[in-house]
Design a protein around this ligand. Sequence first.
Ligand SMILES: Cc1cc2nc3c(=O)[nH]c(=O)nc-3n(C[C@H](O)[C@H](O)[C@H](O)COP(=O)(O)OP(=O)(O)OC[C@H]3O[C@@H](n4cnc5c(N)ncnc54)[C@H](O)[C@@H]3O)c2cc1C
Length: 456
Amino acid sequence: MRRDLRLDDHHALAEATAQCDRVAVVFVFDTKILSRREDRDDRRMTFIVESLREMDTVLRQCGSQLIVLHGDPVEEIPQLARQIHANAVFANQDFEQYAVRRDNEVRKVLAGFGVQFHSYKDQVVFDSSEVRTENGAPFRVYSPFARQWRKLLHPASISERKVESSSFWAKEPWMDDFVLPSYESLGFIKNDLWLDPGTSGAKTRLDWFVDRLDDYAENRDRLDIDGTSGLSVHLRHGTISIRECVRASLRQEGKGADKWLSELIWREFYQSILVAYPDVETTTFRPEFANLPWENREDLFEAWKQGRTGYPIVDAAMRCLNATGWMHNRLRMVVASFLTKDLLIDYRWGEAYFARYLLDFDLASNNGGWQWAASTGCDPQPYFRIFNPILQGLKFDPKGDFVRRWVPELSTRPDDKIHEPLAGDLFESEFDYPGPIVDHQIQRTRAVDMFAQAKL
Ligand SMILES: Cc1cc2nc3c(=O)[nH]c(=O)nc-3n(C[C@H](O)[C@H](O)[C@H](O)COP(=O)(O)OP(=O)(O)OC[C@H]3O[C@@H](n4cnc5c(N)ncnc54)[C@H](O)[C@@H]3O)c2cc1C
């Protein structure tokens, strides 16, 4: 188990339990990944540990147990395979470069002593090699990708991958050496989460959302309405399968369900871009924007991170991210546009900050979202895609509820003024809130010039 923390509709587990008499379900706390985490306070760890705890409980109800290892998977998996005389290891594919390299190494070591390594597509409905242009090339633009994706869709592509729980390895004494470790021994603290982890959390959330699916198209951009599924964290960690989400969207016809499906396809589009163009991990998708003269001022970056730019919607969004690990899609676009087009800071700084704090952090979607907003990615639109933070606030948070919640300093401002930056020193001291750190109109022109120069 890696980013597929569930025991149902699970491709690799379905194959393992169909092909084998005894299946041990194994998770490795990968020390190479954990050592990159900057501090002990990382909400994703809580989400993962609690999701594993739920899996362990279910496995124990089936007479088995979750096997948890801690170390380098390239050593840990083969070592366990030897110890328990496994014939084969089954896993779902992961498309990130680190994961591909890791799996290739595991495969090699296992092959050295005759153990097979089988991997399956599970994270997406269609992978990059399946959704191709007529000439067999990967798509570079979302709309034709989505059309082709929909053409390929067939009931078999999203059917449930059924797991035979009768094949789970019955509890044996050796399993006691591999129980779920405490937070302390992992070197992390337990956090409060705004959502329920595990498959049960995902299912409850999906049921809740299905009742609201009809209104999704109208409400998805509103900041004062809970109008989106909130399932990205579950999709990221695999506590729900993408097939189950697509099935739910198809069961309910209508504009809302169709729009939701198109968002799920965005996720697959960015996964496909990451596989077909792996260089996007470090450089711009469009080579002409690889060397944009970003100004990269540390003081402005600091203000953006802390939610003290003086633009209320930007600050509310960043404070929400810092406090919860969550940010609404509309706000991700607003703050990313602000960082790159208003503060003229390299999108990679913001991308890395999101990677550190988002509970649903996913390399492909995060990189895709940042390059989209920075206009360095597929379909760049540098001259039009510059969000006005005041207008965005007025449109999507019309009464200022969202700003009042996260920027209480401004709570007494009237609804029609709450999205405007404060003017002058007097206001600043009155509200204990900074004036605008840049002028949007001036910076907008400078951003357009920066892109125009790069294209020359
Ligand atoms: C700068 C930026 C960074 C982002 N970083 C991430 C990230 O690290 N991880 C992540 O999962 N999403 C990311 N997104 C996409 C999007 O913001 C989130 O997927 C969405 O906000 C999750 O909320 P939801 O589950 O309620 O979405 P819903 O509106 O309910 O959509 C359903 C699902 O579709 C997928 N989805 C929706 N919109 C997008 C999108 N634009 N791109 C890719 N997939 C999408 C998600 O899996 C989501 O759970 C980013 C967007 C931007 C602009």
